[in-house]
Design a protein around this ligand. Structure first.
Ligand SMILES: *Cc1c(COP(=O)(O)O)cnc(C)c1O
Length: 418
């Protein structure tokens, strides 16, 4: 219904970088990065465990700089297969893999850091990104200004001659505020400022930042790309102007990922399209259901027409993922515990993007510095997994009933003590 991912047709490239055919993302994800002939016909690129790569002759050893496989840290066909899959998905010139999403963030932040440089970071940014700025960049002499995610083209007013990098996260993974990606990218382009977006929410499937002129699309591959809640991974999908720089920088830092992890994420990506479509549909259905509940003050989901980020979402995104927020009426912690402790399908835990559903209370307010986040109740974050939607709604409904019962009990005991 609100999935328009079929519109996002990406050109498939041959080895020389020429477009050979136009294929839909779903088709590309099934085929990219496979070299069946090189692996005895195996459908999936196998896991190569290798640090030392042996060269058969002195001549081959002398020419090793030209070999794609030359040392474990530089990757083997297992990692290359994943890099190629992410590049095809994001429409990138190349992709750098990192051992976590957090390291994709720190690598991108550090690659352009120098004393006196100025970075613009959205106030709704993922917490560890902010901590990296405060604890690592600031002592190096990088100035950071946090901006209101609703700023749009007004970002120009915050730029100085020292501005080198603008960060974006749309929507933010706690408050689901949108920033005007296209407007900010245009302003940045005019002034030759690097742009980076955290694209974890849309998984590179429902948003194509590089096509909007953004230099780096970053993801926690830990989330949707992997999709099974069992592996850590970061991806930096880069435009051609920036890829060699990021690749060299990451190599110098010694960044590399294990082949087992690369294999798992690559395997997860084969089903990304069908998973995302299901997350999109189920989450929207549950968002509508939550909107109808008296316990819920507000639902924070950009596909809802009354969401403040809806018009931006509609302009740039072709669908929505399974993660969104809602504001529950103010509740006692002990009553909330009665609801959450006994959920049948919704787990409580960090991370998201797996096949299973999650529900946690959040507290985004203390992190803000440029703008205030003042919800009128308890902020919640929900990840709608791939379970049957009716079962999930029944689970939430039973949870609300436990919450109401706990509140009645609390009110009664307070009446008795008066
Ligand atoms: C989880 C997450 C990250 C970090 O990924 P890890 O793999 O957990 O380090 C980065 N950005 C967003 C938006 C995330 O949700």
């Amino acid at each position: 219904m609100q999935d328009r991912s079929d519109d996002s047709v990406v050109e498939k490239m041959n080895a020389d970088g020429n477009a050979v055919a136009k294929a839909n993302d779903q088709t590309i994800l099934c085929h990219v990065g496979r070299e069946t002939d090189a692996h005895y016909g195996a459908v999936n690129t196998p896991v190569y465990h290798a640090s030392t790569i042996l060269f058969p002759t002195l001549a081959a050893h002398d020419a090793k700089q030209d070999a794609r496989v030359r040392y474990g840290r530089r990757g083997t066909p297992t990692q290359f297969s994943l890099e190629d899959a992410v590049s095809a998905l994001e429409g990138a010139a190349g992709t750098v893999l990192t051992p976590s999403g957090a390291m994709a963030i720190s690598t991108a932040l550090l690659a352009f850091a120098r004393a006196g440089a100025h970075y613009l970071i959205p106030d709704n940014v993922y917490g560890p990104c902010r901590h990296c700025c405060t604890e690592i960049l600031k002592p190096l002499g990088v100035d950071v200004t946090y901006y209101d995610p609703a700023i749009g083209a007004g970002i120009a007013d915050l730029m100085t001659p020292a501005t080198r990098l603008i960060w974006m996260e749309a929507p933010g993974s706690q408050t689901f505020e949108m920033c005007d990606i296209g407007a900010i990218a245009r302003v940045a382009r005019e002034r030759d400022v690097i742009t980076v977006i955290d694209n974890t929410w849309a998984a590179g499937f429902y948003l194509k930042p590089l096509a909007l002129g953004i230099d780096i699309s970053l993801q926690a591959g830990t989330k949707y790309l992997s999709g099974h809640s069992d592996v850590m991974m970061g991806t930096l999908a880069c435009a051609s102007n920036i890829f060699p720089r990021i690749k060299d920088f990451a190599q110098r830092l010694g960044v590399c990922v294990g082949p087992d992890d690369a294999y798992l994420v690559n395997r997860g990506m084969r089903t990304l399209a069908v998973r995302m479509r299901q997350h999109n549909e189920s989450a929207f259905q549950i968002a509508l259901w939550l909107q109808s509940r008296p316990e819920v003050l507000k639902v924070l989901h950009p596909a809802l027409p009354d969401d403040p980020g809806h018009f931006i979402w509609k302009e740039y995104f072709t669908g929505a993922s399974g993660l969104f927020g809602f504001i529950l009426k103010p509740v006692e912690r002990s009553c909330l515990a009665k609801m959450l402790d006994d959920m049948k399908y919704f787990g409580m835990g960090a991370s998201w993007g797996g096949y299973e559903s999650l529900l946690i209370p959040t507290n985004p307010a203390p992190l803000r510095t440029a703008t205030a986040w003042r919800p009128e109740g308890q902020s919640m974050r929900i990840h709608v997994g791939l379970e049957d939607t009716a079962d999930l709604i029944a689970d939430l409904e039973a949870g609300f009933e436990r919450l109401a019962a706990a509140e009645r009990k609390l009110a009664n005991s307070m009446r008795r003590t008066l």
